[in-house]
Design a protein around this ligand. Sequence first.
Ligand SMILES: [Zn+2]
Length: 137
Amino acid sequence: MAMFDSLKDTLNKSVAAVSVKSENLVESSRIKSAISNAQKKMEGELSALGSKFYRSWQGGQASVEAFADDFARIQGIEKEIETLKGRLDQLKAEEDKILGGGQKPAAPAAGTIFCTNCGKALPAGSHFCDECGTPVG
Ligand SMILES: [Zn+2]
């Protein structure tokens, strides 16, 4: 029963694709919320750093060295966000590969013209349709 076998195969593939997709969805929404948490944390740190810096400037003792720990901490958060974003891109790429997505039809090149008779896309500057021979352009 070759027909049923191939049907089963197709079904198995779609089931696999769907489960990959839902696993990736769970994983990517987890990463997205981690990114948004980290971004909030970073905003908080930056704003705290800003006021701390301002206070120390006001107190006449603004020195960059005094903020080394803060800078390092914020840089750590920033790196964490980069890593998470990288993981997110990776997931997206995996998903595209499995689902055959990400292969959008090529957009017609700028200046493409279309045959008025058969509709074939022709390079700008063509004089005749190379499909049906109708004069174009
Ligand atoms: Zn044509």
